[in-house]
Design a protein around this ligand. Structure first.
Ligand code: DC
Length: 206
């Protein structure tokens, strides 16, 4: 069975948590596509040129434990605006999306560019303030020296770049189900996502 769940949306809206929960629930493998851009951005911060960094990405680059910093997030967003960087990462993502047995991918352009034929498309959002508060908690729990205002500025700068670029900008696919998690618990958001996937799987069986 080929069955792709595409989960897009801005930073810290809850995509990652929802994707992992959906993947676990249905036994689908999960790809956090942001990691590909973060790993590329990390290599650029170390001195490499963006396109070469993306083309030379190795599996172990994705296992690094320093990909979740604010600095790497901004570097990821910058390299993600380079069309040749995106092109270098497309084939891997498409193959993952259409592999036998189903797949969940989360990112910014999964439902629009990587897999426009995805069986389920979700676009997860939340207010800027709620997203910044969540990301601040995450970063400060890891010991990062930052402030809620700085995190909010960072998120807004990244969203503006991700939504404003010419190639594969962040936006909902026309047929995406919108999931606003501003006032939704994680459990409720996951439940809604699971319901959407179940419904589609059942339709396919009829
Ligand atoms: O999901 P994330 O915050 O880890 O993503 C980091 C950056 O990578 C994000 O700011 C934009 C870019 N990205 C992208 O352009 N397309 C994707 N499918 C995933 C991430």
């Amino acid at each position: 069975m080929i069955f792709t769940v595409a989960i897009d949306g801005p930073a810290a809206a809850g995509k990652g948590t929802i994707s992992k929960a959906v993947a676990t629930h249905f036994g689908f493998p999960h790809l956090d596509t942001g990691l590909l851009y973060r790993a590329t951005g990390r290599r650029v911060l170390a001195g490499e040129e963006p396109v070469a960094a993306a083309q030379g990405l190795r599996p172990e680059d994705l296992d690094r434990d320093d990909l979740r910093t604010a600095e790497v997030a901004q570097a990821a967003s910058r390299v993600a605006a380079v069309p040749e960087v995106r092109a270098a990462l497309i084939a891997f993502q498409r193959a993952f999306a259409r592999r036998e047995g189903g797949a969940v991918l989360d990112g910014r352009d999964i439902g629009t560019v990587i897999c426009p034929d995805a069986e389920v498309k979700l676009y997860v959002t939340a207010s800027d303030e709620v997203r910044a508060a969540r990301r601040y908690l995450e970063l400060s729990a890891k010991g990062a020296a930052t402030s809620p205002a700085e995190v909010l500025d960072d998120l807004r700068a990244r969203d503006a770049r991700d939504a404003g670029r010419d190639t594969a900008p962040m936006k909902p696919a026309p047929d995406a189900l919108l999931l606003d998690t501003t006032n939704l618990s994680i459990e409720a958001a996951v439940e809604e996502a699971v319901r959407a996937v179940k419904q589609k799987l059942e339709q396919g069986r009829r």
